[in-house]
Every structure is written in structure tokens, then in C-alpha cells.
Ligand binder design. Structure first.
Ligand code: SAH
Length: 390
């Protein structure tokens, strides 16, 4: 009998792997990358439950739907664009990145080539001279819509109309262009001031059959292929009957809650970022979902409020940032006594801390599934389902 052997994935080499701060493990084969992440998650989490095999991608390249590029002048006085070197503000020139949407990278190269004829200089952080600081491009994986955000160091953008016209002539696939002003000395890419220069100022995309609107600043998972895998798995683990009231904590633009809304009675979403909540409310309307309610608040404060009202909650879905959740949140959760919790985490270290805390409150991990959302980098996402034991 012929033995079935999985073909080794052809590895693509990155020419700046030693210098660029974007990836950390791109020099490894994809199988080695997955093995490394599996070991890390096992080490941190196997004391809570058996860790299942990590779910990897079929094609681990060109997956990022959001890219940002920084502009600078090199020693020869030429404009370069690329990523910061790890731990510094030195720009490594890059035209095409192995983990970024290729259409987005092509747009950035065109913008760089246009700068000279428009006499636009890259922004210089220390002297605060020049204009163009970063370019952010967001692409809708399903919709094909593309947003370009030009981050300038000053609100004065001479010949902006002609610049946009020239850009759209080269890239008619761009659906919206937004100007953002950031004149602070900061590692944050986006500043506070925003102005729509072309199109609607947001793009739309579809995830698990629901449509979403994304603004320049809203959080949206960067790997659309794996996000569908992640959300579907997380909701399958939850085993809803259709009668539940659930909380979608740290809900961003409402993705998980809206996708779950068909399977439960009611979803209550909570998120700190005002713009994301606005998008979430809009997303509920655009999908004609009527059983979802979004609130802008700190998730811990909000949980405490719900607990005090003694409102019945059957399940909590939580997807906090890298810093994890808080004692306040977990304490309030325990008072509500939901039967199940599904925790989605992008940092196994804070996840381990929070699982220990949840265990002290009577919540036992049932299944732990790592999902590779970020090939090439050392980041790893994990889903944990927990049930109440007492
Ligand atoms: N569930 C969403 C977003 C996850 S990212 C998705 O899958 O797309 C984590 C989110 O937590 C971000 O949107 C961030 O703005 C939000 N957040 C951070 N700190 C918070 C807090 N203290 N309370 C509520 N939300 C918070």
C-alpha cells in the first residue's frame, strides 16, 4: 500500500528576515513554526487541560488584511518605505512582505514613487519636518474593498486633490482614502484628527456570513482566513441551544457576538473603544440583527454592573487584549455564575494567569485549542472553553 505523505510546504525566503521587526520566526519552515507554538502553549496551559493540536494555515503567506508602512529618508537622500527594525525607529526598506496582502504592498510602492513629483517629503520625527509619516492600507478579503489612510505630520497637504486623482488612476481598486494627522512623538501610527478625502471613509467585509464595517481605527482581526476558523471553532465549543443570554466581552466591532446571534436568545456586547462600539451598532443594523446590544464601557466595570443587577447570563465569551482580563472582571463573572465561558486569547501568558484565577472561582477548562493567526511571527492565539463546576 502506498503511504500518504503530506507534501512539504514550499518555503519562501524573506530577504530582510534578520533585520525587520515585523516577523520573528520567518526563518523557520511552517511546520517548525507550528511545532514551536504548540510547545509554548503546552508548556503554559497543559496544567489546565489537554492542549489539542494547533490549527495552522494551508497557505501561511500574504494573509494580513491590514498593513502599515513607515516612510523615511535614507543616507543618500532617497525616500524609503518599510518596517521599523525590531526595538528601534530605524526603517528597513521593504517593497513586498511575505505576510501582507500583495495588493496593499503594491499601493504603498506607487505612493512612494509619486512623492517626488508632488514634492512630498517623508516626515522626520525629531525635526518635525516633512509630511508623509505612514501609510495604512486595509483590504476587505471577501469584498475586495480597499482603504488607504495617509498619516501626515501636518494637516497642510498641498495639491491633495491631484495626489488622490493620480493615486486612483494607478489603483482604481482603492475604494476610500482617509487623511490622518499625527504630529506627536509617538510609536502610535494614527493620530486623532481624521478627514475623508475620497469614498465613504470605511470599508466593508464579510466574516462567517455577516457583513462588517471597518473604520481606520477599529480593531479587526488581521488574518481573515483564520478568523473564520477561530470564530467557528469558538462558537462550536460553546454548544448553544438558542435560549441563552450571552455576553461578548471586549467585543471590538461586534464580530463574535453578531456571528453568535443566530444561535442564542440575546447577546450583550461590551467594548471600551468608542469608534469600535459605533461600528458594532452599525454592524448590527446592517445585518438586521435585533437581539444584540452594545455598550461602551470598561469590561470589568460593566460586568460588575450586570452582576449587581442580578441579570441572568448563561455564557460569557471573552476576547481581551494582550494584557488579558482583570480580577474585577473575573470576580464579577463568578458572581453571575454563567454555565460556560469561552476565552479567546492572543497571549498564552496572561491566559494562563486568568485560567488560574477562573479555576479558583470554580471554572474548569474543558478544551484548549491553539489557532495560528499570525504565521511568521511568534504570536499565538488560543481558544479555551470552560464549564462551571460549582
Ligand atoms: N472580539 C473582537 C476584538 C478583540 S481585541 C474581535 O475579535 O474582533 C480586544 C478588544 O478589547 C479591542 O477592541 C479593545 O479596544 C478592547 N478593550 C481593551 N481594553 C478594554 C477594556 N478594559 N474594556 C473593554 N474593552 C477593552
Amino acid at each position: 500500500m502506498q503511504k500518504h505523505v503530506k507534501p512539504a510546504l514550499p518555503k519562501i525566503d524573506c530577504p530582510v528576515v534578520d533585520r525587520c521587526g515585523g516577523c520573528q520566526i520567518q526563518q523557520l519552515s511552517y511546520d517548525q513554526q507550528l511545532a514551536k507554538k504548540q510547545t509554548e502553549v503546552n508548556k503554559l496551559l497543559s496544567k489546565f487541560a489537554k492542549v489539542e493540536p494547533i490549527i495552522g494555515m494551508t497557505n501561511p503567506y500574504y494573509y494580513r488584511n491590514k498593513i502599515h508602512t513607515t516612510f523615511a529618508m535614507n543616507r543618500k537622500g532617497q525616500v524609503i518605505s518599510g518596517k521599523y527594525q525590531a526595538g528601534s525607529h530605524h526603517v528597513v526598506p521593504i517593497d513586498s512582505c511575505l505576510i501582507e496582502d500583495q495588493r496593499a504592498d503594491e499601493i504603498v510602492v506607487s505612493i512612494r514613487q509619486m512623492l517626488r513629483s508632488f514634492k512630498i517629503k517623508p516626515y522626520h520625527e525629531d525635526s518635525r519636518s516633512g509630511l508623509l509619516r505612514h501609510v495604512l492600507v486595509r483590504t476587505g478579503f471577501q469584498s475586495g474593498q480597499i482603504m488607504v489612510v495617509l498619516v501626515l505630520g501636518s494637516p497642510v497637504f498641498p495639491s491633495r486633490k491631484n495626489f488622490i486623482k493620480a493615486l486612483l488612476e494607478q489603483h482604481p481598486e482603492i475604494t476610500t482614502v482617509v487623511l490622518n494627522v499625527n504630529n506627536k512623538k509617538t510609536s502610535m501610527v494614527l493620530g486623532d484628527r481624521e478627514q475623508v478625502l475620497y469614498g465613504k471613509g470605511f470599508i466593508e467585509d464579510t466574516l462567517c456570513g455577516k457583513s462588517f464595517r471597518l473604520s481606520p481605527k477599529s480593531f479587526y482581526q488581521v488574518n481573515p482566513v483564520q478568523t473564520e476558523v477561530l470564530y467557528s471553532k469558538a462558537l462550536d465549543l460553546a454548544e448553544f441551544t438558542g435560549r441563552e443570554t450571552i455576553i461578548d466581552a471586549y467585543c471590538g466591532i461586534g464580530t463574535i457576538g453578531l456571528i453568535a446571534s443566530d444561535r442564542v436568545k440575546q447577546v450583550i456586547g461590551v467594548e471600551l473603544n468608542q469608534a469600535a462600539v459605533k461600528d458594532a451598532i452599525n454592524n448590527a443594523k446592517r445585518n438586521q440583527v435585533k437581539n444584540v446590544f452594545f455598550h461602551q464601557a470598561d469590561a470589568g466595570d460593566f460586568m460588575l454592573q450586570i452582576a449587581r443587577k442580578k441579570q441572568r447570563v448563561d455564557a460569557v465569551l471573552m476576547d481581551p487584549p494582550r494584557s488579558g482580563s482583570t480580577e474585577k472582571f473575573i470576580q464579577a463573572l463568578a458572581t453571575m455564575k454563567p454555565k460556560q465561558v469561552v476565552y479567546i486569547s492572543c497571549n498564552p501568558v496572561t491566559l494562563a494567569r486568568d485560567l488560574a484565577s477562573l479555576a479558583r472561582k470554580g471554572y474548569q477548562a474543558k478544551r484548549i485549542i491553539p489557532v495560528d493567526m499570525f504565521p511568521g511571527t511568534n504570536h499565538v492565539e488560543t481558544i479555551v472553553s470552560l464549564v462551571r463546576k460549582r
